[in-house]
Write a protein that binds this ligand. Structure first.
Ligand code: PCA
Length: 323
């Protein structure tokens, strides 16, 4: 009986999938399905499936459901997953070059962010390659702005306030403001606020909306201080094991995803700020005093980064400023 069912199942599978060989890839990603980065990745996977007639089938596991954000890079390096996405600056402890996009006001517009990416892409890509990882593409989040429970006009008002950080740079910035940082993953933001672990944060209007910031903060201060990127990368052996056609489909879809993602990000900036306002948040520009303090902090953090990043860092900044 069991045998007959198995044979019938096999025959059915052969009829249903005309492709001779099928490669199934699991793709762990850190952010939720409503986030534009995840939607862009879903479109990337769809394009590859279509271009290869289903012979390369990528299943996206969003919101850290397959591996947690902190595990994704090593999982792909070790071949436990063939492909994945992370916030690039998460790897800054491995190499400072991964954190160049998280220095306040170094590159705060899309044009500047693009120039910075052009200047740093090779260094990022080479550093990943040393670990058997191939960079496919990177897409920025909209500008990082403050979410607070009170209107803040004088920087001193931030002292002692607990703060949700998501990487080393946000933690450092909070320290320089006299705030008390705690690292919290994007998916855990609502709980961290509702249980009183944090009372403020700096993130994009996109993450503000996906985490329903209006439930636990009231003021959005539109500083748009930097545009941190997510990057998608693949295990080099997994990429090698594909057919030439499949590999070409991956590379073409990556290029398209990079272009589409930057456009989605830019379009989101205004629509998501409007959504925050619509949901009842007060949207305001920073006071001169707050802007001045944040600029100073940007200078301090840039100097610290340059010291850390040595020659590679100097070359990246030189290329950036030459643009
Ligand atoms: N959202 C992510 C990273 C940067 C952003 O805008 C987060 O807050 O975790």
């Amino acid at each position: 009986m069991t045998l007959r069912i198995t044979l019938a199942g096999t025959a059915l599978a052969l009829v249903a999938s005309p492709a001779l060989a099928q490669t199934a890839w699991d793709m762990p990603t850190p952010y939720g399905d409503s986030v534009f980065h995840t939607q862009n990745i879903t479109a990337f996977a769809d394009e590859i499936r279509e271009a290869t007639d289903g012979s390369l089938d990528i299943t996206v596991h969003s919101a850290g459901s397959l591996f947690s954000h902190g595990q994704i890079k090593d999982s792909v390096r070790r071949g436990l997953a063939p492909i994945g996405e992370i916030l690039m600056s998460q790897l800054v402890n491995e190499n400072p070059v991964f954190g160049v996009d998280s220095i306040p006001f170094l590159a705060a517009s899309y044009d500047e962010a693009e120039a910075l990416w052009e200047a740093s892409r090779d260094a990022v890509s080479e550093t990943l390659e040393e670990q058997g990882l191939i960079l496919l593409y990177a897409v920025p989040w909209p500008g990082q702005s403050l979410f607070l429970r009170d209107e803040v006009t004088v920087p001193g008002q931030l002292e002692g306030v607990s703060f949700r950080a998501y990487n080393n740079a946000t933690e450092r910035m909070a320290q320089l403001l006299g705030m008390i940082p705690t690292q919290v993953e994007a998916g855990d933001i609502p709980t961290a606020f509702s249980t009183g672990r944090v009372a403020s944060m700096i993130t994009s209007p996109s993450t503000g909306v996906s985490s329903q910031a209006w439930d636990y903060t009231s003021h959005y201060i539109d500083v748009q201080a930097w545009l941190p990127k997510n990057m998608v990368f693949v295990n080099a052996s997994a990429l090698d094991a594909l057919t030439d056609e499949e590999r070409a489909a991956v590379m073409a879809a990556a290029e398209a995803a990079e272009a589409r993602g930057w456009e989605m990000s830019q379009a989101e900036t205004d629509t998501q700020i409007a959504a925050l306002e619509e949901a009842g948040m007060t949207v305001m520009q920073p006071s001169d005093a707050l802007s001045a303090r944040l600029s100073e902090i940007g200078e301090i953090m840039a100097a610290e980064w340059i010291e850390d990043a040595g020659e590679t860092g100097a070359a990246v900044l030189e290329a950036y400023h030459a643009n």
